[in-house]
Design a protein around this ligand. Structure first.
Ligand code: F6R
Length: 242
């Protein structure tokens, strides 16, 4: 595991984007695993900058997002599909058909999950998977449980996660209570994992995830078992790390 600490959010975002850009420069047909939430927004801005400066093209890249809410259509303004278009896809030369996000309105959710894993398998291994960290140690929407599902599955969101994500919804809107998420097994199959953690409010949980016991009660702790994990933290998030 490699832990990189940055003294500014701007430097962290640049470094994370450079890792993704160089992955695509080396392999223009790279398969990228993407995340949503607050953490990656600045990283996606840097990727758009790299694209505008002619450093990288996404025209042959395939992407798979970690998760999507159940019950939101792709054009709902809080869907992760909409988020990806707003923050990245609409601003680079990526081909829409090669971007993959679980379909939260599928009639047969289990079947949607099975097909999502099949699509990942068919694309080959994910070259680099970007991950944020939940306050309860979740990755994707794999919440702390006695047992974790390995493959893509439907999950009930923890109350803590719903509260954390309520900041993106208007007062009258309900945060969905279910999501489709890649399983921890799917995530761990990626060739490289890049965990990005920002802010003092995540200092405890990132310490627990990276230096505590490997346990399903802290899903991110399973990342310790991956042979190619890079962790990027700002000073506040990394303050308790060695
Ligand atoms: C998002 C995702 C989540 C977030 C996590 C942190 O696709 O899978 O695990 O990465 O909830 O969210 P932020 O970045 O908003 O703190």
């Amino acid at each position: 595991m490699n832990i990189l600490k940055f003294n500014s959010e701007a430097k962290l975002n640049e470094a994370a984007a450079r890792i993704i850009t160089s992955t695509v420069q080396v392999n223009p047909s790279a398969v990228l695993g993407l995340a949503t939430g607050g953490t990656p927004i600045g990283i996606y801005k840097e990727l758009v900058k790299d694209y505008n400066e002619g450093l990288v093209s996404f025209s042959r890249v395939t992407t798979f997002n970690l998760d999507e809410y159940v019950g939101l259509s792709p054009d709902h303004h809080q869907s992760y599909s909409h988020y990806m278009k707003e923050n990245l896809f609409n601003h680079v030369d990526i081909v829409a058909e090669r971007t993959n996000i679980p379909f939260g309105l599928a009639d047969q959710l289990e079947e949607e999950c099975r097909q999502y894993d099949e699509r990942i398998e068919a694309a080959g291994r994910i070259d680099i998977q970007l991950l944020g960290l939940g306050h309860n140690g979740h990755i994707g929407f794999n919440e702390p449980e006695d047992e974790l599902s390995s493959s893509t599955h439907v999950v009930n969101l923890a109350e803590e996660t719903k509260q954390a994500n309520a900041r993106f919804f208007t007062e009258t809107e309900e945060v969905p209570s279910q999501a489709i998420t890649m399983g921890v097994g799917t995530i761990l199959k990626a060739k490289m994992l890049m965990l990005v953690v920002k802010g003092a409010d995540k200092a405890e949980i990132v310490k627990r995830a990276l230096t505590g016991p490997v346990t399903t009660q802290c899903p991110a702790s399973l990342l310790q078992t991956h042979p190619n994990l890079v962790v990027l933290v700002d000073e506040a998030a990394g303050s308790l790390l060695p």
